[in-house]
Design a binder for this molecule. Structure first.
Ligand SMILES: CC(=O)N[C@H]1[C@@H](OP(=O)(O)OP(=O)(O)OC[C@H]2O[C@@H](n3ccc(=O)[nH]c3=O)[C@H](O)[C@@H]2O)O[C@H](CO)[C@@H](O)[C@@H]1O
Ligand SMILES: C=C(OP(=O)(O)O)C(=O)O
Length: 429
């Protein structure tokens, strides 16, 4: 199993290209199931989750090509990938494929809307909480689907098609908003989604669906209105830059010191998170070409954050911010409100000398003057990268084990960081 070896203590200087967003690419790829024409997606990142979803879509009959060719094993990055679901050959998404990744469950929406039925295994994904699917089920039932759960599979059917209706999410859910938006695009009549997620990835998907002929308004606000159409066409659409990757590298620079331009990053996708990094003492300058992050000389200041749905501080940056706060001059409080079990990085950061205590859903972090390198274990995607950030600032050698988590969501991590002066390498075994 691969490991990442870091020798910490160096500033980061230079530039880092920001990849297309994993969490936007995945629902966009799934949207290809809604049409028998080709959906071309630009700026698709090369990530394990993208590969896994490609396999899942292939199982339903989706054909794909990269920049016009079938993909070679060591293909390049920022690819344009064409997905064509001319014929759906199977409406079952099996456990073996779906259990590895949460987003694969989302195929239920398009399969049901286009084929009138879907049988999808209950999902997997990062082990950061119980992650039920009740909102998907309630929402699809509101659109007229009949749903049963048997032997670990959700069986949804709507032989006469879905019918638009009003659905009020009892809780904000990114995934359930994606799925209902896709399903409602092919329903009869109008659907109104209230208390919908407002994340930039929702807007990216809505714009793609509209380019395919859907009639969606209000994406990016908490009320989304969808007027169903009878069929959707192909389109060409671009994946937005990854705001979590952007925030992660901004926090890395704030941690190590230095001066880095995050090429292609968009400050408007981060809001609260960039504000927190600048309150921690880094200078953030939005540029036409990206975002410049600098911390020269000044120390790291303690900042309290609470995770919230967009535009609040994202849960997917909570672990990385905690990494940064381990070196702050004083005490900070980090409260997780989205997932009930997203503090697994705490005990691993402690191996590097961090002082963190947990009180319910709040981590109290007392900054220390220096971290010391140690072997650590990656437990989930964002926890893993928080250990990388901490390792970059720690004295001596840190080895991060189980890096397959990192490969789900960070493209060319070692190359991007070593390009800015970090000593970081992958040890393959
Ligand atoms: C692939 C992807 O885009 N993943 C992101 C997506 O996950 P995901 O879409 O799974 O997250 P949700 O927004 O759905 O989850 C938010 C909260 O709602 C709960 N919930 C959700 C659905 C449901 O049916 N019932 C229910 O109770 C969840 O357990 C969680 O407590 O948004 C999360 C919140 O920003 C991010 O951390 C993930 O990186
Ligand atoms: C939690 C994440 O992914 P997933 O929803 O696929 O588990 C993530 O991207 O941080």
């Amino acid at each position: 199993m691969d490991r990442i070896r870091i020798v910490g203590g160096k500033e980061l200087n230079g530039s880092i290209p920001i990849s297309g967003a994993k969490n936007a690419a995945l629902p966009l790829m799934i949207a290809s199931l809604l049409t028998d024409e080709t959906l071309s997606l630009e700026n698709v990142p090369h990530l394990a989750d993208v590969e896994q979803l490609t396999r899942i879509l292939g199982n339903h009959g989706v054909d794909y090509s990269v920049n016009g060719r079938r993909e070679a094993q060591n293909s390049t990055y920022a690819r344009t990938v064409n997905f064509t679901a001319r014929n759906i050959v199977d409406t079952v998404a099996p456990y073996e494929l779906v259990s590895k990744m949460r987003a694969s469950f989302w195929v239920i929406g398009p399969l049901l809307a286009r084929m009138g039925e879907a049988r999808v295994s209950l999902p997997g994904g990062c082990a950061i909480g119980t992650r039920p699917v009740d909102l998907f089920i309630d929402g699809l039932r509101a659109l007229g689907a009949e749903i049963e759960i048997e032997q670990g599979y959700v069986h949804a059917s709507a032989p006469k098609g879905l019918i638009g209706d009003r659905y009020v999410f009892p809780k904000v859910s990114v995934g359930a908003t994606h799925v209902l938006m896709m399903a409602a695009s092919l329903a009869r009549g109008q659907t109104v989604l209230e208390n919908a997620a407002r994340e930039p990835e929702i807007v990216n998907l809505a714009e793609c669906l509209n380019a395919m002929g859907a009639r969606i308004s209000g994406a990016g606000t908490s009320t989304i209105v969808i007027d169903g159409v009878t069929s959707l066409s192909g389109a060409t659409h671009q994946v937005i830059p990854d705001r979590i990757e952007t925030g992660t590298y901004a926090m890395a620079v704030a941690m190590t010191g230095g001066d880095v331009v995050l090429e292609g990053a968009r400050a408007d996708l981060l809001e609260d998170a960039l504000d927190a990094v600048s309150r921690a003492g880094a200078e953030i300058t939005p540029l036409n070409s990206g975002i410049r992050v600098r911390r020269n000389g000044a120390g790291i200041l303690p900042v309290d954050v609470t995770t919230e749905p967009f535009p609040g501080f994202p849960t997917d940056l909570q672990a990385q911010f905690m990494g940064l706060m381990t070196r702050a001059a004083g005490r900070s409080r980090i409260t997780e409100t989205i997932f009930e079990n997203r503090f697994m990085h705490v005990q691993e950061l402690a191996r590097l000398g961090a002082k963190i205590t947990l009180s319910g859903q709040t981590a109290i972090v007392d900054g220390v003057p220096q971290l010391k390198g140690a072997p650590v274990m990656a437990t989930d995607l964002r926890a893993s990268v928080s250990l990388v950030i901490a390792g970059l600032a720690a004295e001596g050698e840190t080895v991060v084990n189980r890096v397959y988590h990192l490969d789900r969501g960070f493209e060319r991590l070692e190359e991007k960081l070593s390009g800015c002066g970090a000593t970081i390498e992958r040890l393959s075994s």
